[in-house]
Ligand binder design. Structure first.
Ligand SMILES: [Cu+2]
Length: 168
C-alpha cells in the first residue's frame, strides 16, 4: 500500500501544539495547524504540512489541494526505494475513521510547484483542500517554525504518567 496512516493519542495531540496553533473543522474532519517553512524568492517549490484527524465513522479521502500562490499543489509522500528517499504523488490520501494523518518533513507534504511569491516568516497563505465526501475547505498556512513538539511519523508517543493512564 502506498499510503501510511498514523494513529495518535488524542490527549497527546492536544498538548503537542503551542498557543499559536490554529485548527479547522470540516464535518468530521479536524485540520490542525497548517504550516510551511520560510523560503526565499528564488526557490520555485516548497512544502506545507498539517494534520488531518477523522473523528467520524466513515473513511475520508483527500483528493486534491490548490493555492493561489502556486501553479500546482500535489499531495506527496516520501518513500524508500533501494535505499534512496524519493518523493511521489499520492492521488488519493485515505484518512481512516478515527485516525489522524500527519503531514511532516520526511513524510506526507503538500508540494507546491511554481511559487508566485516568497514564503515570508510570520505571513500566511491560503490552501484549499478537497475531500471526496466532506467537500472542500480553505485553510491558512502559517509560515514559520515547525510546531514546538511536532508529532512525526517516527516519534513514539510518550506518556509520562503511563502507569496511571487507563485504556479508553
Ligand atoms: Cu514533494
Amino acid at each position: 500500500m502506498l499510503r501510511k496512516a498514523l494513529s495518535t493519542f488524542f490527549c497527546a495531540a492536544l498538548i503537542a501544539f503551542p498557543a499559536v496553533a490554529h485548527e479547522y473543522e470540516l464535518g468530521e474532519l479536524y485540520i490542525d495547524h497548517p504550516w510551511a517553512r520560510p523560503l526565499p524568492p528564488v526557490v520555485p517549490s516548497g512544502a506545507a504540512y498539517l494534520r488531518i484527524q477523522n473523528r467520524g465513522a466513515d473513511t475520508h479521502t483527500l483528493l486534491a489541494a490548490r493555492s493561489p500562490i502556486a501553479d500546482k499543489v500535489e499531495v506527496h509522500e516520501h518513500v524508500h526505494v533501494d535505499g534512496l528517499m524519493k518523493m511521489q504523488q499520492v492521488e488519493r490520501l485515505t484518512i481512516p475513521a478515527g485516525e489522524t494523518v500527519t503531514f511532516a518533513p520526511g513524510g506526507y507534504h503538500l508540494m507546491m510547484f511554481g511559487l508566485k511569491q516568497p514564503l515570508v516568516a510570520g505571513e500566511r497563505f491560503p490552501v484549499t483542500l478537497v475531500f471526496e465526501k466532506a467537500g472542500s475547505i480553505e485553510v491558512e498556512v502559517m509560515i514559520g517554525d515547525a510546531p514546538a513538539a511536532p508529532v512525526t511519523q517516527e516519534a513514539p508517543v510518550v506518556e509520562p504518567e503511563a502507569d496511571q493512564h487507563h485504556h479508553h
